[in-house]
Design a binder for this molecule. Structure first.
Ligand SMILES: [Zn+2]
Length: 195
């Protein structure tokens, strides 16, 4: 898995692709916080692991599926479209919010797919509940984030030189992808506004 830094940077990739219209109308600290939360949301499976004393126990399982991304998208679209209930155009707005938040959560899964995984079972339960199979890309773009398996040393184990270098690599790759996303969106708008 990439680090929370990498997943947070994915907001910058999603914004020009599906979030521009939403941000123009609804830009707020709560939308920013929700976007960061959704981009990191599949990793809440660590919390369930902490509850049973083994943080990695449920990692890359149910919350790392398209189904979870879909549910997250629906939930946050409903949360952020409440104020628009009285407006005539609330349905397209809700659809845009749904697509934006679902895309953000899906982007998390895609980044995880392209990450080195050194612990079996390798990959994510991407197709749950249809299948419990773990899937992973044969090509790894991101280094793994090494972490201890017991609760007391889990957090301290994150602060290592290996993980620091992994985060630097993520920042480099994702900043490049972010710039490409903005450049692509600008080009599309330029061509679509031509007479
Ligand atoms: Zn993850």
């Amino acid at each position: 898995m990439p680090s929370p830094v990498g997943h947070t940077l994915s907001v910058c990739i999603a914004l020009p692709i599906l979030g521009r219209g939403i941000w123009q109308k609804k830009a707020s600290p709560s939308l920013l916080l929700a976007s960061i939360f959704v981009a990191n949301s599949p990793d809440i499976d660590f919390l369930a692991g902490f509850l049973v004393g083994a943080p990695n126990q449920f990692h890359h399982q149910l919350t790392h599926s398209f189904f979870f991304a879909l549910i997250t998208g629906i939930l946050f679209a409903v949360l952020f479209s409440d104020k628009d209930k009285q407006q005539k155009n609330s349905t397209p707005q809700r659809t845009r919010l749904f697509l934006y938040f679902t895309f953000l959560a899906t982007l998390h899964l895609v980044l995880d797919l392209f990450c080195t995984d050194t612990t079996a079972p390798f990959g994510l339960m991407l197709l749950w509940p249809l299948s419990n199979e773990y899937l992973i890309s044969p090509i790894a773009l991101f280094s793994d984030i090494r972490r201890a398996s017991d609760t007391s040393s889990f957090i301290p184990s994150l602060f290592s030189l290996h993980n620091f270098l992994a985060v630097l690599q993520e920042v480099g790759i994702l900043t490049g992808l972010c710039l490409m996303s903005w450049w692509g969106e600008t080009r599309v708008r330029m061509y679509s506004s031509r007479p």
